[in-house]
Design a protein around this ligand. Structure first.
Ligand code: THU
Length: 126
């Protein structure tokens, strides 16, 4: 867990957030123990920006990882994943621990299930 959190903190330093000035770093650890990181990347056309959590998971999928054990998210103030990211985390990771860490090193742990109660999933599709 320490390495996962360290990676999320490092990724925060790579964020591109010139519009919001809210840098976010994230990291996931696979079942095999491989850690993949991501950060938010903003665009002048704001809606094209991507959150750290989704950039992390999309990178992991593109690198052929399929099973994830935990995610860490580093922000200034301990922010939790946004609604869109919660949906993506749920679908790609299932119920995993999500650890947030703020700039002062304060950690909090949640589960992806508690962050998205009553989740919509592929099983609801015809
Ligand atoms: N952001 C994330 O990267 N993750 C979240 O879960 C919340 C929001 C980013 C998006 C945008 O670049 C900035 O933080 C402000 O919303």
């Amino acid at each position: 867990m320490k390495k996962l959190i360290e990676r999320a903190l490092k990724m925060r330093g790579l964020a591109r957030a010139p519009y919001s000035n809210y840098s976010v770093g994230a990291a996931v650890i696979t079942e095999a123990g491989i850690i993949i990181g991501g950060c938010n990347v903003e665009n002048a056309s704001y809606g094209l920006s991507i959150c750290a959590e989704r950039s992390t998971l999309f990178t992991a999928i593109a690198e052929n990882h399929k099973k994830f054990k935990a995610m860490a998210v580093a922000t200034e103030n301990g922010g939790t994943p946004c609604g869109a990211c919660r949906q993506v985390i749920w679908e790609l990771c299932g119920d995993i621990p999500i650890i947030t860490i703020d700039a002062e090193g304060k950690e909090q742990q949640f589960s992806s299930k508690e962050l998205l109660p009553g989740a919509f999933g592929a099983e609801k599709l015809p």
